[in-house]
Design a protein. Structure first.
Length: 202
């Protein structure tokens, strides 16, 4: 009897998901490869396989202003939040708003650069110790979620890495970005995201 109850419950859940997917499919239209990929992602999200909002979009070149430090993958989850605390303690946020975290990694190395900063257009000047970095036109995978910092962005990295491994894309450049909104970083509704540069697998 217990098995029958569970089986009926699972069947109803599956039927509800199918109906929900059919409603989405009725309205699907796409005019480019990127739009097709975005619709595929929406389909997977409805299935419950992805717990984040995703877009694949090409962006024009842009410039960032960042304060950079060197980190190790084995200790970065503990050390990068301390770097953020230091950024605020030294008042850097008053000159260069902390809109993003920039990762610059090298394949095969545990060491990587991490920078805190902003798009150049939001900075009135480049403070001493900050770097100006030009990012070329790129196809980006944009992954967005909600939740408290820093655990949410750390968990999102795991989701992004898994998604890329199972997609038709691979990472294109050494630069990745964490994107941060204004608001309470301790709120379950706080919005953040990760951008990774992508190219189609050969």
């Amino acid at each position: 009897m217990g098995y029958s109850v569970v089986h009926t419950y699972n069947t109803l859940n599956i039927l509800e998901k199918i109906n929900s997917l059919l409603e989405v499919i009725d309205n699907l239209t796409a005019n480019s490869k990127e739009e097709v990929e975005n619709l595929r992602i929406k389909f997977l999200s409805k299935k419950g396989e992805i717990k984040m909002d995703i877009k694949i979009e090409k962006e024009n070149a842009f410039t960032v202003i960042v304060k950079i430090k060197q980190f190790n993958e084995e200790t970065s989850f503990e050390d990068i939040p301390k770097f953020w605390d230091e950024y605020y303690e030294k008042g850097y946020h008053n000159v260069v708003p902390p809109m993003l975290g920039m990762c610059n990694s090298n394949a095969g190395s545990l060491e990587f650069e991490y920078g805190i900063g902003s798009l150049k257009e939001y900075c009135t000047k480049i403070p001493k110790g900050f770097k100006e970095i030009n990012i070329p036109e790129t196809l980006w995978g944009k992954f967005y979620t909600k939740g408290k910092m820093p655990i949410t962005i750390q968990n999102l990295w795991d989701e992004v890495i898994d998604w890329v491994k199972n997609s038709e894309y691979e990472l294109d450049t050494n630069y990745d970005f964490e994107c941060y909104s204004e608001g309470d970083t301790n709120s379950d509704d706080y919005e953040s995201g990760i951008w990774v540069a992508l190219k189609l697998k050969n």
